[in-house]
Design a protein around this ligand. Structure first.
Ligand SMILES: C[S@@+](CC[C@H](N)C(=O)[O-])C[C@H]1O[C@@H](n2cnc3c(N)ncnc32)[C@H](O)[C@@H]1O
Length: 350
């Protein structure tokens, strides 16, 4: 074990101990984050190795020691990665999420477990950049776990993140690895469920998310905003605008009606996003064009795989060992067998 692994293990041990002592039901937080936090609490042995893999990559990408670096947890949810960064001893830890309920909940969790978070920023990339700039905050690393596959306009997101002061690095890890055929199959199933069936609202439902089928929501948006078109055309336009949200739906519909150029604008056959928020249902991202849109002479981009972590289950550990060996042979940037992928970027000094 190298030095960074020892540090990460210590941080995981420290946080796990605090989370085990938490009574999630007793906290004054939303049912949504109670559910989320409990899921982590009940499955620490599953989740912590994933965060360990991510944090190892973070440390490899840092240009300065941890104690001199600032760390952003982008889309931090109930804050586990944020708290691990605090435990690791980052100089400044910044929590962000688009969902204000989560930002407020993480403040409560932070005081309940006694881990101080330096800054909280609610909002998408615009609010994030504005806060960073107006408060003159120097960022050294931006990290996220299972967020990349939800961001509405990735090209725009990465264009905007380039506005902050260099150098800094970024590691975004996601389990929505469509290069792995089994995961790809599961992701498409999730898309079809969201697009055509919707989901039941149960206790702990995230109030920001729509539960009706996305196709039906787009039909409703179109019929309410374009009064003189028949049902057949509404249905066609609702199909064609899969992958769009809000104003973008209205603009595309207006364009297709004006030009009679009726075509589906999302190239992928099943990808879909929440028409009311833009939150993708596990976006299957075309990685090559994304990489090309981000990289430039001062910006290096790579997508790397992760090994399966071992548990006490010896039967499961055996195939994992074989797959991990296969991944070792194929190299770090081969995603075919991997349970996840990480987007690693170095934004170098100009
Ligand atoms: C699947 S959850 C992962 C939460 C957390 N990173 C974790 O490890 O548990 C995705 C999170 O990203 C947030 N999110 C989605 N899109 C976002 C965006 N554009 N900007 C900031 N946060 C976003 C969601 O509100 C949610 O908390």
């Amino acid at each position: 074990m190298n030095n960074s692994e020892v540090l990460i293990d210590k941080a995981i041990h420290g946080l796990s101990k605090k989370i085990r002592l938490l009574d999630c039901e007793d906290l004054l937080i939303s049912d949504y984050n109670k559910r989320y936090l409990k899921e982590y609490k009940d499955n620490l042995d599953f989740f912590m190795p994933l965060y360990k893999t991510l944090l190892k990559k973070v440390i490899q990408n840092l240009q300065k020691p941890i104690s001199e670096s600032s760390f952003v947890d982008y889309g931090g949810g109930c804050g586990i990665l944020t708290f691990l960064a605090v435990e690791l001893g980052f100089k400044r830890v910044i929590y962000n999420d688009i969902y204000e309920v989560s930002t407020e909940d993480v403040k409560v969790i932070s005081s309940a477990i006694g881990l101080k978070v330096d800054d909280f920023i609610t909002g998408d990339i615009e609010q994030f950049i504005n806060t960073i700039k107006s408060n003159n905050i120097k960022i050294d690393h931006i990290c996220s776990f299972d967020v990349l596959e939800h961001i509405y306009n990735l090209e725009d997101w990465f264009k905007k993140i380039k506005e902050i002061q260099r150098p800094f690095s970024l590691c975004f890890m996601t389990s929505a690895n469509s290069s792995n055929p089994y995961i790809n199959y599961k992701l498409k199933k999730i898309h079809r469920q969201a697009e055509f069936m919707g989901s039941k609202r149960k206790k702990g439902w995230k109030e920001r998310d729509s539960n009706l089928p996305f196709l039906k929501i787009r039909e409703k948006i179109i019929s309410e905003n374009f009064k003189n078109i028949n049902t057949e055309k509404i249905n066609l336009l609702a199909k064609n605008t899969r992958g769009l949200f809000g104003e973008d739906i209205l603009q595309e519909v207006a364009y297709q009606l004006k030009t009679s150029d009726f075509r589906s604008i999302e190239k992928h056959p099943t990808n879909t996003c929440d028409p009311l928020t833009g939150n993708w249902a596990e976006h299957i991202i075309d990685l090559k064009p994304l990489k090309n849109s981000i990289k430039d002479i001062n910006t290096t981009v790579k997508f790397t795989n992760s090994f399966y972590s071992y548990s006490n289950n010896k039967i499961l550990n055996f195939p994992k060992k074989i797959i991990n060996f296969g991944m070792q042979v194929l190299g770090k940037e081969n995603l075919f067998l991997s349970p996840s992928y990480t987007l690693e970027i170095q934004f170098k000094d100009k």
